[in-house]
Write a protein that binds this ligand. Structure first.
Ligand SMILES: [Zn+2]
Length: 343
């Protein structure tokens, strides 16, 4: 009898232990979302909405179709949906992007480093036209850094390479995409040129841009740290080259692994931003860095602080938002793997 009681007690204890060892995925997901939300404040609401709240795309585009606006230029979105005025944002950094996507011209005494190139249908007006409007010569573009090979950032690279002989820098994985999808990249396929490596520095006229490999959004996504000056004072910038989850993210395999790659890239750039003393966070979408609104705030700045200069802590918060949202999504896949109920 006593032995039976002991066995019963043991069985009950081990069932309880198993129960308590079972992970509470819901609580972990809530904690990851809360950390992203807390970090976002009002500064990164766009990043929070895109990565934590809105439905995700589910996967990467594997089609090779000519874009509608390339096949038929009249199919391009109307100008008033994308046009934005160019702006001088720092002493040596100029915004030549649009309402939604950004392109930046970093001027040096020996020419210009251009970061990201918009769509094929608006790069001519926004980049070439915008530079002229600001008194910059587009023929002075020596390097074009393409953060990743999606049409909203690579669209003008072929034009800038063929017309001005600019050197194009891109990640290996994204050069491969351009080679793999000849139709998709029609009119936006620069000839294969400089393949970025982690820590590579693109130097020109006494300035340099440090390149960091941050795969995730695409296999070859690039991010940067560099310095600009504000009324003569040095200011350090971190530039995040890919934010949304445009990879296979709706099945545990390879979703869990893809989120891990993304999370590690966020940590990598966060560390480089901290090392560089970055107090400005730029991205290639206004949705994530509020560039369009900040450019308009600059006009009323007077002697106040620079609207782009958030401080080092707020730069770090951006990465807490992206990491928190990615972790929550990764945990959902881990839960699915542990308990494959329909979700
Ligand atoms: Zn993209």
């Amino acid at each position: 009898m006593r032995a039976f009681l002991c066995i019963a007690l043991l069985a009950a204890t081990s069932a309880w232990a198993q129960q308590s060892a079972k992970r509470n995925y819901d609580a972990e997901i809530r904690a990851a979302l809360a950390s992203a939300k807390d970090a976002a404040g009002f500064e990164y609401l766009g990043t929070l909405a895109r990565n934590c709240l809105l439905p995700q795309s589910g996967g990467e585009d594997a089609s090779d179709k000519v874009a509608a606006y390339v096949a038929n230029p009249a199919a391009a979105p109307p100008r008033d949906t994308w046009y934005a005025e160019p702006a001088q944002v720092f002493d040596n950094l100029y915004f030549v992007g649009g309402r939604i996507h950004s392109s930046w011209a970093l001027t040096t005494r020996d020419g210009i480093i251009l970061i990201d190139t918009l769509y094929p249908y608006n790069s001519e007006e926004l980049i070439v036209g915008g530079m002229r409007k600001l008194g910059l010569d587009p023929r002075a573009i020596k390097y074009v850094l393409v953060s990743h090979a999606h049409a909203d950032h690579i669209g003008g690279a072929e034009l800038l390479q063929s017309r001005y002989g600019a050197r194009i820098v891109m990640g290996a994985g994204d050069w491969d995409l351009v080679g793999k999808y000849p139709n998709r990249y029609k009119t936006m396929a620069p000839k294969r040129d400089i393949v970025a490596t982690d820590g590579m520095k693109v130097a020109l006229g006494g300035q340099s841009v440090a390149i960091w490999l941050t795969p995730g959004h695409t296999p070859g996504t690039l991010s940067y740290t560099f310095s600009v000056s504000d009324r003569g004072r040095p200011v350090h910038v971190a530039y995040s080259g890919g934010t949304a989850f445009n990879f296979v993210n709706d099945t545990p395999d390879p979703g869990i692994r893809n989120f891990q790659t993304y999370i590690e890239s966020q940590r990598h750039l966060a560390a480089k931003a901290a090392d560089a003393g970055a107090t400005v966070l730029l991205s290639n979408h206004s949705e994530f860095d509020n560039a369009y609104n900040k450019n308009r705030m600059l006009a009323g700045r007077g002697n106040g602080p620079h609207p782009y200069e958030l401080g080092a802590d707020w730069v770090q918060r951006y990465f807490k938002v992206t990491e928190g949202c990615a972790r929550a999504a990764q945990l959902r896949l881990e839960r699915q793997l542990a308990d494959p109920r329909p979700i």
